[in-house]
Write a protein that binds this ligand. Structure first.
Ligand code: OAD
Ligand code: ZN
Length: 249
C-alpha cells in the first residue's frame, strides 16, 4: 500500500482512540544523535553487555561500568529532543487516558515535556546507592569522581535496569495495566526483542487494542500491527500527528 494510504489508516486509528499508550525504544532518540543498541552501529556491536550492563559487571569493575555510562551521559548531554519526542509530548494533552512507556534511559522524553510517562528501564541521570538505596539526580558531565560515592560510603550505580534485573514492580504494574486497557498502542523505534517490554504490545493486542508501529524495518511486532509505517520516527510521527491533532490547537 502507498505510504500516504498507510498514514491515513494510522491517523484514523489515532483519531478514533481514547485510551492511548505509546511504547518507545532507542530508535526514537536515534535522530537526536543517541546510539541505539542493535543494528549496524548499535552499542551491542561495539560493547559487550555482560561487561557493562549487568549487576555482576558492576560488582566486578564499577569503574569500567561508570566510564561507559559517563561516556553515554556525555553524548546524551549534548542531545536535544527531536520532532518524535515533541509530537509524543503533544499527544498526551489530547487523550483522556494516555501513558508513554519508554525503554529509553536518556531522559529526552522528559526534556521534550512528556509528563504522563513511565521510564521502565530507569534514567541515567539518576544515581542509586548499591547499599542504602539512596537516590539522587546528578547531571555532572563528565563525572568528577568515578565511581561516584554515596555519603554512606558505598557506591552509587546508575538507576537503570540491567540485564538479569527485574523492572521495579510499580513501574511494570503501571505499564502492564495501561497496555491491558488501552484501545491503541503506538510502538515506535524499538526492536521489540527485550522482555518484558516486548510483551506489552502483545498484551494490548490480545485485549483488543489496535497497534500502530513506526520503525525503519520490520520487527517481531510487525506481524500483530494493524499498520506498520516504515521510516524515521522524527519524520513519520509529525506527518501522522498533523493529520490527527485538533485543528483549533
Ligand atoms: P534497539 O537498539 O534494540 O532497537 C532500536 C530500533 O529502532 C530498531 O528496531 C531500529 O530499526 C529502530 N530505529 C532506529 N533508528 C530509527 C529511527 N530514526 N526511527 C524509527 N526507528 C528507528 O533499542 P530498544 O528496542 O530500545 O535495555 O532496545 C531495548 C532495550 O535493549 C534497551 O532499553 C536496552 C537494550 O539492551 C537495557 O539497557 C535494559
Ligand atoms: Zn548509600
Amino acid at each position: 500500500m502507498a505510504e500516504e494510504n498507510l498514514l491515513n489508516f494510522a491517523s484514523k486509528f489515532l483519531a478514533e482512540a481514547r485510551r492511548v499508550v505509546v511504547l518507545t525504544g532507542a530508535g526514537v532518540s536515534a535522530e537526536s544523535g543517541v546510539p541505539t543498541f542493535r543494528g549496524k552501529d548499535g552499542l551491542w556491536k561495539r560493547f559487550r553487555a555482560e561487561e557493562l550492563a549487568t549487576p555482576e559487571a558492576f560488582s566486578r569493575n564499577p569503574r569500567l561500568v561508570w566510564e561507559w555510562y559517563d561516556w553515554r551521559r556525555q553524548i546524551i548531554a549534548r542531545a536535544k529532543p527531536n520532532p518524535a519526542h515533541q509530537v509524543i509530548a503533544e499527544m498526551e494533552k489530547y487523550y483522556p487516558e494516555f501513558l508513554l512507556i519508554t525503554q529509553n534511559v536518556d531522559g529526552l522524553h522528559l526534556k521534550a515535556g512528556s509528563r504522563r510517562i513511565v521510564e521502565i528501564h530507569g534514567n541515567l541521570w539518576r544515581l542509586r546507592c548499591d547499599r542504602c538505596g539512596r537516590k539522587i539526580e546528578n547531571y555532572e558531565v563528565p563525572l568528577k569522581e568515578i565511581p561516584p560515592r554515596c555519603p554512606c560510603g558505598s557506591l552509587y550505580r546508575p538507576d537503570v535496569v540491567w540485564f538479569g534485573e527485574p523492572i521495579p514492580a510499580d513501574r511494570f504494574e503501571a505499564a502492564w495495566c495501561a497496555a491491558r486497557s488501552c484501545d491503541l498502542m503506538l510502538v515506535a523505534g524499538t526492536s521489540a526483542v527485550v522482555q518484558p517490554a516486548a510483551s506489552l504490545p502483545v498484551m494490548a493486542k490480545s485485549h483488543g487494542a489496535r497497534i500502530v508501529e513506526v520503525n525503519l524495518e520490520p520487527t517481531p511486532i510487525t506481524g500483530i500491527a494493524d499498520v506498520s509505517l516504515f521510516g524515521r520516527a522524527g519524520e513519520i510521527l509529525p506527518k501522522l500527528w498533523e493529520k490527527v491533532k485538533p485543528k483549533s490547537a
